[in-house]
Write a protein that binds this ligand. Structure first.
Ligand SMILES: Cc1cc2nc3c(=O)[nH]c(=O)nc-3n(C[C@H](O)[C@H](O)[C@H](O)COP(=O)(O)OP(=O)(O)OC[C@H]3O[C@@H](n4cnc5c(N)ncnc54)[C@H](O)[C@@H]3O)c2cc1C
Length: 396
């Protein structure tokens, strides 16, 4: 790769960021090209069919996009948290949230349980296929009666001879229908303190007792497959336990840090793309003898939103940098998730407004983007839950 396209990408409407190095900018340029040529022309059809085709994920694996954070021995490129931010921003900019989340759940929310919690044997067994896109992953924590409150999950994994038997339902699982490997949270010790009662397991597709109850029909993210799963006397060998028994809650919380930075980055990528396409629209659309951009009310609203998106973006970069340095950043990450999840929705609301009637039509990109953005203040840590995390850390 030469560095020229990277410089071009950096010189687009985005402000330069002090946190990125040359390898991040090269990755950004490569991703931007890939999204323009191999995603945008086809992703409308994936919205209709309800999932991203496997050969697209394989192609992303071949190009190295699924192993950005993982060691070279597994085919990865060993970048830091800012590498995930670049991936999430660029996929967010694609304007297809369903495609973006399909990939990001695999790279940064599900496979991390194997990469971070797996034994050397588990990593050797699964990681090369994960990085190559030969095996796609999902993570199943949420249940019909437990979402924000992770400790309240009721799925159990009972120790039985040389393995565990898993029982219980899982809800809203991204990649749930098509994933080959599902990282499942289950209670292994009903009597222990809630934070010490959860363990993580890797369950392979096709394991007897593991069923997809139904594919869920969603408001947005329509090219992302989302499922309700059920485990009924699903027996897995003891070597499918990820990490230590009873340490699952801590693994989930630790991986949430990365997940929330990535969701914030994705939201800011979406917000930027929405502002850019709205700017195109209002500078050409005429009303009352001039373009919409000639109205001070319109251009000032867009200018303020652009300012806030820039602030959100820099907060994401800062949190990612803290994380990459190993500096405690739970407060900053919760701020990212709360701020960016709300902001992307405010951006979409105004962008639809300035598209007028066309913004309400299914054929317009902004209509899809507004639907896709709605979940950003709910999934992966609802705004109110994130603000509680911030509030706990305001008083020193
Ligand atoms: C499209 C989609 C994909 C998802 N993918 C996955 C996945 O791959 N894996 C997975 O495990 N989960 C997944 N989820 C689940 C997601 O993380 C949860 O929906 C989210 O954590 C909220 O949980 P809940 O839906 O049970 O809402 P609840 O916990 O019931 O909360 C409902 C609402 O109550 C409010 N609230 C909650 N707690 C508080 C509080 N303490 N103070 C004030 N207000 C509060 C918030 O506004 C919240 O939105 C997905 C969800 C969606 C919609």
């Amino acid at each position: 790769m030469d560095a020229k396209p990277a410089a071009q990408a950096a010189a687009s409407s985005q402000s330069p960021s002090a946190y990125f190095r040359e390898e991040h900018e090269m990755l950004r340029a490569q991703l931007r090209r890939f999204v323009e040529t191999e995603i945008k022309p086809h992703a409308g059809a994936w919205e209709e069919q309800g999932f991203v085709p496997r050969d697209v994920l394989r192609r992303m694996g071949e190009l190295g996009f699924l192993g950005i954070r993982y060691p070279e021995e597994f085919g990865g490129s060993n970048l830091d948290t800012l590498g995930s931010v670049v991936l999430a921003e660029e996929l967010g900019r694609s304007t297809f949230g369903g495609f973006a989340i399909t990939v990001l759940v695999h790279t940064d929310m599900a496979s991390v349980h194997i990469a971070n919690g797996g034994s050397p044997d588990q990593r050797a067994r699964y990681m090369p296929d994960i990085v190559a896109g030969r095996k796609i992953t999902a993570v199943a924590v949420t249940e019909p009666d437990a979402g924000s409150d992770v400790k309240a999950i009721r799925t159990t994994a009972r120790r039985d001879r040389d393995g565990y038997v898993i029982n219980g339902p899982k809800m809203f699982i991204t990649n749930g229908v098509h994933a080959d490997l599902v990282c499942v949270a289950a209670k292994t010790a009903a009597d222990a303190r809630p934070s010490q009662s959860i363990s993580m397991f890797v369950v392979e597709k096709g394991t007897p007792g593991f069923k997809i109850s139904r594919a869920l029909d969603k408001h947005g993210w329509r090219s992302s497959d989302t499922a309700e799963l059920v485990f009924e006397d699903c027996r897995v060998p003891a070597q499918n336990l990820l990490g230590k028994e009873g340490r699952g809650f801590y693994a989930i919380m630790s991986n949430f840090r990365n997940e929330r930075i990535v969701l914030g980055a994705m939201a800011m990528g979406e917000a930027q793309a929405a502002l850019e396409l709205t700017l195109d629209y209002v500078t050409t659309r005429k009303a009352f003898g001039a373009t919409l951009y000639d109205k001070q009310a319109v251009r000032q609203r867009l200018a303020m939103l652009a300012t806030r998106v820039e602030a959100g973006r820099q907060l994401v970069h800062h949190a990612a940098w803290l994380d990459a340095q190993g500096i405690e950043c739970t407060r900053e990450v919760a701020m990212v998730k709360a701020y960016c999840g709300e902001l992307v929705n405010e951006v979409m609301y105004d962008c639809v407004q300035f598209h007028g009637g066309m913004g309400y039509m299914r054929e317009s990109t902004i209509e899809r983007m507004a639907r896709d953005a709605r979940v950003q203040s709910i999934g992966g840590g609802a705004t109110e839950v994130m603000l509680e995390e911030v509030a706990k850390r305001l008083r020193r």
